[in-house]
Design a protein around this ligand. Structure first.
Ligand SMILES: Nc1ncnc2c1ncn2[C@@H]1O[C@H](COP(=O)(O)OP(=O)(O)OP(=O)(O)O)[C@@H](O)[C@H]1O
Ligand SMILES: [Mg+2]
Length: 90
């Protein structure tokens, strides 16, 4: 099954606090770097598998590979059918 997901372009900064770039002879520190934010809602039994899949796809071993934040999701509603919870997520 292909994972349902939302992809958003984002600006962010991690531990490295950006990097320096020279533009027309002027050195500037770029604090916010273009990132991609992925949002994936899954039922409890898929959390670990989803984390593993993201790591497999995203890990290069270099700084900036990204982070995964796992959050609780109290409710989900499929508007078309009115389904809620597990049924609505899957
Ligand atoms: N604690 C945090 N809170 C919110 N956003 C974060 C946090 N840590 C990282 N991010 C976001 O994730 C992006 C990628 O983070 P990044 O992989 O550079 O993390 P890191 O902690 O600096 O680890 P590494 O040393 O591997 O680079 C950042 O640019 C930022 O947008
Ligand atoms: Mg970083």
């Amino acid at each position: 099954m292909r994972l349902r997901r939302t992809v958003t372009t984002a600006l962010g900064v991690g531990r490295q606090q950006g990097h320096a770039e020279v533009y027309r002879g002027v050195r500037e520190v770029v604090n916010l770097i273009k990132k991609v934010r992925l949002e994936i809602a899954v039922n409890d039994e898929f959390v670990e598998r989803t984390i593993e899949a993201i790591i497999k796809g995203a890990r290069t071993g270099n700084i900036g590979d990204g982070k995964i934040f796992a959050l609780d999701l109290p409710e989900c509603v499929r508007i078309r059918t009115g389904e809620r919870g597990n049924k609505a997520i899957g």
